[in-house]
Design a protein around this ligand. Sequence first.
Ligand code: NI
Length: 258
Amino acid sequence: MPENPLIFDTHAHYDDKAFDEDRHEVIESLPSQKVCGVVNAASNLESSRAGIELAERYPFIWAAAGVHPQEVSNTPENTIEILRGMLVHPRVVALGEIGLDYHYDTPPRDVQLDWFERQLRLAAELDKPVIIHDREAHEDTMRLLRKYRPRGVLHCFSGSPQLAEQVLELGMYIGLGGTVTFKNAKKPVEVAAMLPLDRLVLETDAPYMSPVPFRGKRCHSGLIAYTAERIAEIRGISVEELLSQTCDNACRIYGIAL
Ligand code: NI
């Protein structure tokens, strides 16, 4: 295990049912693994509420509230009003995760686009950062990001260095996680090498996306140590420098003072 002074996990799902058996045990173990901050990303309204409860209970957890593209067909018509109420909570630091997922045919793209735009408008209205999910939908995602110009993070970035350049031009940050450690990783490795250090944040997407050597197992924020080790190696810098800079970046994006 590498020395890991400060781990900030900008994207985890501790409300996920994968943690139902031992959620509090897992979360309470994080500070001893040098985790100093976690943003719990929501997938729907219920998960937004659950994230807020975690953020109220643990001083090192902050919540995002929002509806994931795979969940939008089940969300009530007054979702934006409900989210507007949640986003004034002092522990809610972002709107997310929101975006587009074209990997599956459902929900239909027009429904996803509609809810993505509604949530981007809410982010603009409240001047809140966003956490963007873009799976196989780069073109439409970039089109709407150019239209609304939100602040925030492209999470689990899967695009090319060229696409990363376009994200940087918008002033946004890029989140990298366990995929950089995968044997067949190509684009995430190229992106990890080219990003300016002040635009990179680390994430798990726990319980998913565990880095090697835990690939396929349940993930938690402490495992960022392995992702960080790989990115530091790719960039030729120390793990300490990477963790410290990415932690600063996360605090800047979300307006968090540690
Ligand atoms: Ni996620």
